[in-house]
Design a protein around this ligand. Structure first.
Ligand SMILES: [Zn+2]
Length: 230
């Protein structure tokens, strides 16, 4: 029964547009990021300097900035209240570096202000992380044993992961909005060059949209499979 589901499941078609979209979004962020990594911010600030200025201007002098391995691994760690920037962002004085550094500061400021969507996202995070793993395990067992109650439970778990993806969207868009305003207001990027930072952040946002679309379509697919079994 499980093998039949696996190989002849027509709902798989639902995932094809999601996969194309996800591939497009990944390509878009890497090409846009690499393009603007080569465009110098004429004000000359490095990503580190941009982040330090924004954090300090928002009373976050106590948030340290560290360097982290990898490419596009930049993040704000709310547990330790640390901003981590990748090598190219930390040291680079490009429009991409400025945009990404300012975006991560946006998350640090959201955290300090207890920005509601971020609080909600952090509250859901552990359930979503457990749920996304438990869901597939439950669904696999449900199909093997033909226990549809277990399948439904798997759908509930997966829904937590979908909700997490949805709540991530306003958090990410808001961080980018704060980033652009800060870059302009503190004179960190020339007004004529701000488009470069905007393009990088829009491309990054698209990857979150793609992840959300994929999650929603997966959920829809599970609901269709569940409906057929009744
Ligand atoms: Zn972000």
């Amino acid at each position: 029964m499980f093998y039949g589901y696996r190989y002849y499941d027509p709902t798989f078609i639902l995932l094809i547009p999601a996969m194309i979209f996800a591939f497009y979004a990944q390509t878009k962020i890497s090409t846009t990021f690499n393009k603007f990594l080569r465009v110098r911010n004429t004000n000359g600030y490095t990503g580190y300097e941009v982040a330090r200025r924004i954090l300090d201007a928002n009373g976050l002098n106590n948030v340290p900035i560290e360097m982290v391995r990898g490419n596009l691994t930049d993040h704000y760690d709310p547990r330790n209240r640390v901003l981590r920037l990748s090598y190219n962002v930390y040291n680079g004085n490009s429009l991409a570096s400025a945009g990404v550094a300012a975006h991560e500061c946006g998350h640090a400021i959201q955290h300090s202000e207890n920005y509601a969507p971020l609080m909600l996202r952090n509250a859901i995070a552990p359930i979503a992380s457990f749920g996304s793993q438990a869901a597939w395990f439950l669904i696999l067992i449900a199909l093997l044993l033909n226990m549809m109650e277990l399948f439904t439970l798997g759908i509930y778990f997966f829904s937590a992961a979908v909700l997490f993806q949805i709540v991530t969207l306003p958090v990410e868009y808001n961080a980018s909005k704060r980033a652009i305003i800060a870059l302009e207001d503190y004179g960190l990027v020339d007004r004529g060059e701000i488009y470069g930072a905007k393009k990088v952040l829009s491309a990054a946002a698209l990857t979150y949209v793609a992840a959300t679309v994929t999650a929603v379509l997966q959920l829809l697919r599970l609901l269709i499979i569940r409906g057929r079994r009744d």
